[in-house]
Design a protein around this ligand. Sequence first.
Ligand code: FE
Length: 255
Amino acid sequence: MIDLHCHILPGVDDGAQTLEDSIAMAHAAVAEGITHILVTPHHNNGRYFNKREDIIDKMKALQLEFEERQIPLTLFPGQEVRITGELIESIQKGDIQFVDEEQQYLLIEFPTMTIPQFSEELFFQLNKSKITPIIVHPERNQVFIDNPDRLGTFIERGALAQLTAGSYLGYFGKKIEKISKQMVEANLIHIIASDAHNVTTRTFHLKEAYAKLEKNVGIEKVAVYKQHAKDLINGETISPFPISKVKKHKFLGLF
Ligand code: FE
């Protein structure tokens, strides 16, 4: 399995704090059957700033530690980029690490509560430069939770979306579990990733999420999700499923 969103680099953000933390995460990943991880430290989110070249250096150092310990896990450089008005400039400066070597795919994080007004225009500019933004965990953004069809508009214009394994499993609460399911059903999701930060409160759960998805939406769709992860890291084009509107279920007085 490939994990395209993971805070396994030590001491760079709110993920692994020490090398020991990273090693523990690596063992947990391998135990689930994960073979490749895109390391994706937070960048420019107001708290953490991790430029491309720093990520590459630290990733290489961590890969060596894994080799010394014979941990069968291959790392690739990535970045979880907070959406800001300076993104294009940061790309031009070389601070941004893409998912793939060809620099086509980019993991973009929205703030928790809002979608900045400049987002549509920024995505338009990215598309013009042949860059496809992958919106990370839209199921945890309040605007998308309230109006998932808003995510549909971004997808229709060429963006992709990554669902976090733990969200689908209910580790972020019932509401996020429900919206995750709806987003999957409406084909608003293209890849599943762990967004693991540690081995306690926010571990991988990737195997478990794929198992639940297999039960709910079938083995074929799970195979497509896994293939997408591979394709994105390899810089290949993917052909997403046609999206549909999210059905608004009425609560039946259960809550
Ligand atoms: Fe993350």
